[in-house]
Design a protein around this ligand. Structure first.
Ligand SMILES: *Cc1c(COP(=O)(O)O)cnc(C)c1O
Length: 393
């Protein structure tokens, strides 16, 4: 079984590029170039250098002693929360801005929901001195004022999406419209392992630095490269894709993907895409997504903004369908409690997205000798208000 993308841009039956005619030249150019560019020694050198000196990689692989004692198994944390800007997203935006430069582009567009991807994009545009326009739903702009301020400080223009529900999917539509109108000078930086081929594969490759490092770091600490399990939360699926990548074909490594159940999988307020989703097309790719019987995309819900996405990247849809990965859905309450446990036991306040992954320790039993690596995708600073309101701190 192959879990990587095939030459046609598919993971099993998922993936592909379902795009308007007008976007074809852009996406096709990217498809023809991306692997060649990523393989260039000068590209690799610049990417590695920036990951080291700007992002602060390698991120530590930390043995969580007290968490391990509590749950009677060996828990390691991959500390993506220590990256510059506080999460894994910057690995991808650094890669894509270098790609954009090699493609001769001078202008960057992006879409953002909660603003995390917008900030990561504005950051690398500042770094490279590129024009940056971030599309964001009008509702999200009101809800996410600190991130809007960050993007402005970083020199980006935040353009409100005023149509539809005025949230992420409308911002995505605006970004696509912009790209159609500006095909020559503009690169569209997509923020997760989603979108038309080659985006899911390109984003996965940029994020695969996570599992590449886990391998040698675990070798140093445990004398072996492969853990028994890798665990990551899934919104669109970029941190999970990076965490799983180098273990996909290592059969002894169990892969666990954690989705947001919101108020419960059957509550009608959830983002548990793999369980609730049906095959459909979202953001230019064929994948599992939450939709009504007549194919309208359902508004997802999660307490965590980063997991509040109605679809899942095509690689993950394939991992789900083939049974290669185990999918677990975690509720808001379970995630919030897990965030508190990690804070109290390890002195690490996680992003609520990442808290979803840790929550499985309450219900999914591991053996005492199991080595379980959790990707700690981001830090909790951005979520402090949510923690304050939830726990009445
Ligand atoms: C955006 C985000 C996620 C979800 O996005 P993926 O593409 O699924 O990784 C998870 N954790 C954090 C901290 C985020 O900022």
């Amino acid at each position: 079984m192959n879990y990587n993308v095939d030459e046609k841009g598919y993971y099993g039956e998922f993936g592909g590029a379902f795009i308007p005619e007008m976007l074809y030249p852009n996406v096709e150019n990217l498809r023809q170039q991306y692997l060649k560019i990523m393989a260039e020694p000068s590209f690799k050198k610049e990417f590695d250098q920036l990951l080291k000196d700007y992002v602060g990689r390698p991120s530590p692989l930390y043995f969580a002693k007290r968490l391990s004692e509590k749950y009677n198994t060996k828990v390691y944390l991959k500390r993506e929360d220590l990256n510059h800007t506080g999460a894994h997203k910057v690995n991808n935006t650094i890669g894509q801005i270098l790609m954009a430069k090699r493609l001769g582009k001078t202008r960057i567009i992006a879409e953002t929901g909660a603003g995390q991807h917008g900030v990561a994009t504005a950051t690398v545009c500042a770094l490279m001195g590129m024009e940056c326009i971030v599309y964001m739903g009008e509702i999200d702009i009101a809800r996410q004022a600190p991130n809007v301020a960050r993007m402005k400080m970083l020199g980006a223009e935040v353009r409100p999406a005023l149509s539809g529900s005025r949230t992420l999917k409308d911002a995505t539509n605006e970004a696509i419209r912009d790209w159609i109108n500006n095909p020559v000078d503009t690169h569209y930086i997509i923020g997760s392992a989603i979108g038309p081929h080659p985006y899911p594969d390109m984003v996965t490759r940029f994020q695969s630095i996570i599992s590449e490092e886990i391998k040698w770091q675990l070798k140093e600490k445990e004398g072996k490269e492969n853990p028994d399990y890798v665990v990551a939360c899934i919104g669109g699926g970029s941190n999970a894709a990076g965490t799983f990548y180098h273990f996909l074909h290592e059969r002894e490594v169990g892969i666990i993907a954690v989705e947001a159940a919101g108020k419960g999988v059957d509550s009608g307020e959830s983002a548990a895409t793999s369980v609730l989703g049906k095959m459909g097309i979202i953001h230019g790719c064929k994948t599992l997504l939450m939709q009504t019987v007549d194919g309208q995309i359902t508004e997802p819900y999660s307490i965590s903004a980063g997991l509040d996405y109605p679809g899942v990247g095509p690689m993950h849809a394939h991992l789900y369908k083939t049974g290669r990965a185990e999918f677990i859905a975690v509720t808001d309450d379970e995630a919030m409690q897990a965030g508190m446990v990690l804070s109290k036991l390890e002195g690490i306040i996680p992003a609520i997205e990442s808290s979803h992954a840790f929550a499985i320790l309450e219900t999914r039993k591991f053996k005492p000798e199991d080595v379980v690596v959790f990707n700690l995708s981001g830090r909790g600073d951005k979520d402090l208000d949510t923690y304050i309101n939830y726990f009445k701190l």
